[in-house]
Design a protein around this ligand. Sequence first.
Ligand SMILES: Cc1ncc(COP(=O)(O)O)c(C=O)c1O
Length: 497
Amino acid sequence: MNNEQAECGPITLRLQALGESLDQYLRFEHPDAMSRHTQWHDALQQSLPEKGVGIAQVIAELGSQIIPNGSQIPNPGCTAFITTGATTAGVLASLAGSVAAPQRLGLTAFSYLEELSLEWMAEMFELPAEMKGLYSSGGSVANLVALGAARQWAFERIGIDPSRDGVQRPCRIYATATSHHTVHRAAAVLGMGRNAVVTIAVDNEGRMCADALRQQLQADLCDQQLIDAGCLPVAIVGNAGTTNAGVIDPLNELAELAREFSIWFHVDGAYGLPGILDPQVRPLYKGLEKADSVIVDPHKWLGAPVGIGATFVRDRSLLNRAFTQEASDYLEGSVTDDNIQHSMDGLGIPYYNFGVELSAPSRGAVVWALIREIGKEGMRERVCRHNAMARRVAELARAHPNLEVVQEPTLSICCFRYVLDGGDDANDLNALNKKIHRKLVHQGRSIPSTAMLNGVLAIRPCFVGARTNWEHAEQLVEDVIAAGNELINTASKDYQS
Ligand SMILES: Cc1ncc(COP(=O)(O)O)c(C=O)c1O
């Protein structure tokens, strides 16, 4: 078989070999990639091949050198990131799309699922009926698209088209210090600048303080300098699940203020929107129905492979004006509006005009597969389990003399730390918990992250992985206690000797 035939050869046989390597990887019986760094680095450090080795060799190298030295993220004991390993359905649907519908263009079943899966998510997460969605690569772009809509709306109200004419005045976006920094970057990319983001104070639980927001809005309205510069309030950003502690802002109060001051209300639910499925926390989402835009990342709690975020807005024509590429000649005449009989007679819904991507994969089939596989019930079970696991960690921490809850969990994140009797100063405890964290990471069984909350360094597990279960939560607590005890014992032996 020559190279060209192999490149386009049947997939089944290769998939079998690849699947075995992937299943082997997911058993996590192998050492961490860095412990074998020299071996795979030497094996992979090759110059540009003049002649190819063929697909069998490529699959063999994937299986021997690359897959076994992959990431810890899909490890069920890894609770460090707010993204996780994809479920099997997500992986396979992604593969199906990359083979059978490499673009979301055209009148295909895949393109149909793009819209259907967005509708399913909107319904599942109780978004207003008129909200329509758009997929993008993740929360960063989803926030950018939402704030692009907000910018368009705010400027059109004063007779300016910012996507055509640019932003020539200062803008204001109201958020908190714990809002994700992709909000700041979106402000920068949209020409408003990171400094447009005003930080509003939070209460003791880390939720945006509605009174502080009101004061800031009123102060900005009366600020002569801002008035003279034509400053424009563009958006209030509420968090439905902050990244470091899973906090939900008082969405209803923020929505009311947004209405009173005629400002766009955006909700960042990249991580936490699925939390609405848990009856125990559902009331905290009151006000979501008043949002002008909402984002959620299927590649977080829903278990999609990374590369899938979604923005929902009430009016997609606003997105069209915010992100249009303007008419072009290159596809002129390629599609027809009447007598549609072929999948290439039309391009389907023009998502490419609603955001920043033209070429984009079929993400809808992935989200469809995830929801179709386990249904809303299965999603609810996962979310409730993970939230309950975070509460269990808090319960275990409260019950142990050497543990302390730093922030009570709202969703599936619990920030806690190891403490000592006898009131060591905060810096010592921060240093100790940092060491505990490094020790856990290197042991490789429980891999949380850390988070800084009001100057306190906490151990922060975020339970989102479909493979992450009760035993991982309890194991983590045991591992923190054991690592803390060991570090303290070693330190006191060093001191005595
Ligand atoms: C609340 C929130 N918003 C936005 C983002 C950005 O998402 P992504 O990493 O998918 O771009 C994150 C990522 O951690 C997040 O936690």
